[in-house]
Write a protein that binds this ligand. Structure first.
Ligand SMILES: CC(C)(COP(=O)(O)OP(=O)(O)OC[C@H]1O[C@@H](n2cnc3c(N)ncnc32)[C@H](O)[C@@H]1OP(=O)(O)O)[C@@H](O)C(=O)NCCC(=O)NCCS
Length: 162
């Protein structure tokens, strides 16, 4: 599916306070109560050397999707990724993933790693369709609000960007 035409993509470098608040608001919509990043966390990414991110916004400058990465030696890691619920299934997260893979390669990474909850089929479907493979499992890694522990699956993809 083609991406919505009014999207533009911005780096998380030099975020304003307003940008950081808007990204935190988007993160809250994506994760609904759990794992939500505060505006200060986005501002700290903005000033960091090893963490970096990209977000998609509409022509009113409302952020609709985001991804935050961390360089880790020869690897890079996806720290968080999310698309606003009203803009899912449009290929935006896939686009962000492919974009950061290219950037990670330029930053020297040979492999991309992430953890995903075993009960998150949308995210797992996205990663597997992008060539990620399971390399491990962390039992009872996530604690759900209802008290149920959920395993984390560790996925990896060798970056071969041409
Ligand atoms: C996971 C998430 C980022 C996907 O965002 P998105 O912009 O809707 O994803 P895309 O439209 O780019 O979808 C790409 C692929 O992901 C997979 N996918 C997306 N939603 C899916 C779903 N509900 N079930 C199964 N697979 C799904 C499909 O393989 C899809 O490819 P297709 O459209 O060709 O079938 C989004 O559902 C989200 O924000 N979830 C909440 C936050 C979250 O769980 N983040 C991941 C933490 S590890």
């Amino acid at each position: 599916m083609p991406l919505p035409q009014n999207l533009s993509f911005k780096s998380m470098k030099a975020l304003s306070d307003e940008d950081a608040r808007a990204l935190s608001g988007l993160h809250m919509r994506c994760f609904i109560g759990s794992e939500v990043w505060s505006p200060d966390e986005f501002l700290s990414v903005s000033g960091d050397q090893v963490r970096w991110g990209v977000y998609a916004q509409d022509d009113q400058q409302n952020p609709l999707a985001l991804i935050v990465m961390m360089d880790s030696g020869d690897d890079c890691e996806i720290l968080t990724i999310g698309t606003h619920p009203q803009f899912r299934h449009m290929g935006i997260a896939r686009y962000l993933l492919q974009f950061v893979e290219e950037t990670a390669h330029e930053r020297g990474a040979g492999r991309c790693l992430l953890e995903v909850a075993a009960d998150n089929p949308a995210a797992i479907g996205l990663y597997v369709s992008e060539g990620f493979e399971q390399i491990g499992k962390r039992a009872a890694y996530y604690q759900r609000e209802n008290g149920h522990p959920t395993d984390a699956i560790v996925l990896s993809k060798t970056i071969r960007y041409e």
